[in-house]
Design a protein around this ligand. Structure first.
Ligand code: R5P
Length: 311
C-alpha cells in the first residue's frame, strides 16, 4: 500500500500514516509561478494499491485540482488501484438543482474525480448520502457518529442529554446519534429567508433543563448553530454543545462561535483546523485519523468497511 498526501490536510495524512504504520510516499505537490499545480511522485508506485489523502476544503478549487493531478500522475505511473480518500467532500451542498438554470456541481465534481482515473472513493459524512450514487465507482461513505458518540460519553453527563437536529433535513443524522448515546431527540424548525442567513423559528420537543447537543454535518458561517443555541436556551435548555463533522468555518465563523452562548463546539479534523480554531476557547477538535486509517486498511485487505460504523 502507498499513501500520497495532497496539501489540504497534511497533519491528518500524517496521523493516518502513523495509524497504519506506513510512511507517506515521497511526492511533491507544488505550484508554478502562475499557480498551476505540478505533481511529481518521487518513488515507484507501479502495481501498487495507492490511497490519495485529500479533502476538497478551502481553497476548494485548488485542492480539487491537486487531487485530480495527483490521480493523473499516479495513473500514468501504473499504480494498480487508486483510492481517493476525501474526508471532506467540497461542493456536496450543490447536490440538486436548487433553482432553474443552476448546476449540480457535486455531480460534476464526482465526474471529474472519476474521469481523472480514481478507482474508488472513501469519504466521510457526505452532506447527502445519495451523492455516493453520483460516482459510478465504488464509494464508501463513513460515519463520524461512532467517534462523536464516544467523545460525548466521555465528556457529557449521561442522564440529562438531548440530541438536537438544527434543521429538519438533519433529523436522520441526529436520530442515529441519539440512539447511539441513548438520548432523546429534539428538532429546530429553521427557516432560511435568504441564502447565507438562517433564522430559527420553532423547537419541536421539550428541552427545558436539558444539556442539548446540536448535531450536523457542516458548520460553515456558524449562523445555524448560534441561532439554534439561542433558541434552545430561550426555551429553557441548561446548556448547549455542538458536535459537527466538518468544520468549514468560513469568514467570521470562529469569532461568531467564540462570542456565542455555545458551551463547546466539537469538530473533527476532516478539514485542517486554522490557528484561529486552535486557540478558540470553546472549539475542540477530535481526530478521525483512526477511523480513516482503519477504513484504508480494510479497503487494502478487502475487509468490511461498513462494519466500522457499528462500533
Ligand atoms: C445545511 O444543510 C448543512 O447541514 C448545515 O446546516 C449548514 O451548511 C450550516 O451552515 P452555516 O454554519 O453557514 O449556518
Amino acid at each position: 500500500m502507498k499513501l500520497v498526501a495532497g496539501n489540504s490536510n497534511r497533519p491528518l495524512a500524517e496521523a493516518i500514516a502513523a495509524y497504519l504504520n506506513v510512511p507517506l510516499a515521497k511526492a511533491q505537490v507544488k505550484r508554478f509561478a502562475d499557480m498551476e499545480v505540478f505533481v511529481e511522485i518521487q518513488e515507484n508506485v507501479r502495481g501498487e494499491d495507492v490511497f490519495i489523502i485529500q479533502s476538497t476544503s478551502f481553497p476548494t478549487n485548488d485542492h480539487l485540482m491537486e487531487l485530480l493531478i495527483i490521480t493523473d500522475a499516479l495513473r500514468r505511473s501504473s499504480a494498480k488501484r487508486i483510492t481517493a480518500v476525501v474526508p471532506y467532500f467540497g461542493y456536496a451542498r450543490q447536490d440538486r438543482k436548487s433553482a432553474s438554470r443552476t448546476p449540480i456541481s457535486a455531480k460534476l465534481v464526482a465526474n471529474l474525480i472519476t474521469h481523472a482515473g480514481v478507482d474508488r472513493v472513501l469519504t466521510l459524512d457526505l452532506h447527502a448520502g445519495q451523492i455516493q450514487g453520483f460516482f459510478d465507482i465504488p464509494t464508501d461513505n463513513l460515519f463520524a457518529a461512532p467517534t462523536l458518540a464516544r467523545d460525548i460519553k466521555e465528556h457529557l453527563d449521561g442522564g440529562n442529554r438531548m440530541v438536537v437536529s438544527p434543521d429538519v433535513g438533519g433529523v436522520v443524522r441526529a436520530r442515529a446519534l441519539a440512539k447511539r448515546i441513548d438520548a432523546q431527540l429534539a428538532i429546530v424548525d429553521k427557516r432560511r429567508e435568504r441564502p447565507g442567513e438562517s433564522e430559527v423559528m420553532n423547537i419541536i420537543g421539550d428541552v427545558s433543563g436539558r444539556s442539548c447537543i446540536l448535531v450536523d454535518d457542516i458548520v460553515d458561517s456558524g449562523g445555524t448553530l448560534v441561532n439554534a443555541a439561542d433558541a434552545l436556551l430561550a426555551k429553557g435548555a441548561k446548556e448547549v454543545y455542538a458536535y459537527i463533522t466538518h468544520g468549514v468555518l468560513s469568514g467570521g465563523a470562529v469569532a461568531r462561535i467564540a462570542s456565542s452562548k455555545l458551551k463547546e463546539l466539537v469538530i473533527t479534523d476532516s478539514i485542517m483546523p486554522t490557528e484561529a480554531v486552535k486557540v478558540a476557547h470553546n472549539i475542540r477538535v477530535i481526530s478521525i485519523a483512526p477511523l480513516m486509517g482503519e477504513a484504508i486498511e480494510r479497503t487494502a485487505t478487502e475487509g468490511s468497511v461498513s462494519s466500522l460504523t457499528w462500533h
